[in-house]
Design a protein around this ligand. Structure first.
Ligand SMILES: NC(=O)c1ccc[n+]([C@@H]2O[C@H](COP(=O)([O-])OP(=O)(O)OC[C@H]3O[C@@H](n4cnc5c(N)ncnc54)[C@H](O)[C@@H]3O)[C@@H](O)[C@H]2O)c1
Length: 347
């Protein structure tokens, strides 16, 4: 599948580990620098092989704190040391952290070298690897430095999902549900009806739903690469989620739990101001609960959460702006009064 994001073209290929192995081992024009974290290096070696090929690689420790400028500098130094040119390739193999960082480095090296991404988490397959947002955390802020630089090729091999820890899988599921809500009724029905198979990670089914979720994201980004309009809808649930994470500390709630809770709150806010269809809200809340997501989290500090929401990137004139939905696929952004937010958080 080929997509155009702004002036960039991205090919997305679904592949098996066998095909991926052939692809990685095949002699290509130019140099290729592979980027892993220590976990994805292990999984990649088991699934695809590695030792028999002298791949040029950089392996970082895993974790969000590794998404920083020092590691981007290490990558750029390695590219320089390998005497890579603009036609050579940086290939990121990993979750969102490795994809974001590899893509950022590729966008900087010689003002942009070739970039391939092999996402290995559910979240990276349907979200982080797609759509060209690159970046690192800096000065205590998440993703505050970055570029728009879509990958030339994204290779998706769902077999990577078989080793993904449960909590990471659930992080991806929350985003998957969000993608379905943004505009794919068929995907939503599959997620509702085939929950047990999804949770047991039936690979064929995962391939189907990842494929569909990728389409949702690609269509939105094709229309709005730089988030000047429609792309903001991908933030459904995230204003609440980021505020919760900021107030309770990034490690208190897994990101997926925060996002699912945030989607529930966004639906409640929509119901409060009379825009969200209650039957639809009920359906989505039942779906989220069915996947084990908590819609009511204990010990919330409501006032602090509202203060944190005011710092969100989507705010205008100090007012909180939220992505809300009328119903499936009907998403918009609007200002929501503080008293409504308080009621929604206290409910
Ligand atoms: N660029 C974007 O548009 C975009 C969108 C959403 C999120 N993000 C970013 O993505 C990041 C989060 O990504 P993530 O959730 O993938 O986290 P991650 O990259 O930290 O990966 C999560 C954990 O899973 C491990 N892992 C990865 N693949 C594995 C596999 N197949 N088997 C076993 N373990 C594996 C990793 O080593 C890590 O410990 C955040 O930094 C966020 O800002 C970016």
């Amino acid at each position: 599948m080929k997509y155009q994001f702004g002036n960039f073209y991205t090919t997305i290929n679904f592949t098996s580990s066998e095909e991926l192995k052939k692809n990685i081992l095949s002699k290509k024009a130019g140099k290729e620098l592979l980027v892993f974290d220590k976990n994805t290096k292990g999984v990649f070696t088991r699934l695809v092989g590695g030792r028999e090929v002298a791949l040029e690689e950089v392996i970082f420790p895993s974790g969000e704190k590794e998404k920083n400028m020092e590691n981007v500098k290490r990558l750029l130094e390695k590219a320089l040391w390998l005497e890579m040119g603009r036609d050579d390739t940086i290939t990121g193999v990993g979750g969102g952290v490795i994809c974001d960082m590899s893509a950022f480095a590729a966008s900087l090296y010689m003002r942009g070298c070739r970039l391939v991404l092999i996402p290995t988490t559910l979240l990276a397959m349907i979200d982080a690897a797609i759509g060209g947002k690159t970046g690192v955390n800096f000065g205590g802020y998440k993703n505050i430095i970055g570029t728009f630089y879509p990958a030339e090729e994204i290779m998706i091999c769902v077999e990577f999902l078989s080793t993904l820890p449960e909590s990471e899988f659930k992080n991806g599921l929350a985003e998957l549900i969000k993608h379905a809500l943004l505009g794919n009724g068929e995907l939503l029905s599959i997620i509702e009806e085939r929950r047990d198979e999804i949770l047991k990670r039936n690979m064929l089914l995962l391939k189907e739903i990842v494929f569909q979720a990728v389409q949702v994201k690609c269509k939105i980004v094709e229309r709005d690469l730089r988030e000047s309009g429609e792309r903001v809808s991908l933030n459904l649930g995230h204003t609440f989620a980021h505020a919760l994470e900021a107030v309770s500390g990034l490690n208190t709630w897994p990101h997926g739990v925060a996002v699912a809770w945030g989607i529930g709150k966004a639906l409640k806010a929509g119901e409060q101001i009379g825009v969200t269809d209650s039957e639809y809200a009920k359906r989505v809340k039942a779906l989220l609960s069915g996947y084990g997501f908590e819609l009511d989290l204990p010990e919330l500090q409501e006032e602090k959460i509202i203060e944190a929401m005011k710092y969100d990137k989507k705010k205008r004139d100090g007012n909180v702006r939220l992505v809300l939905q009328r119903r499936l696929g009907e998403t918009f952004i609007t200002t929501v009064e503080e008293k409504v937010l308080l009621k929604v958080l206290e409910d």
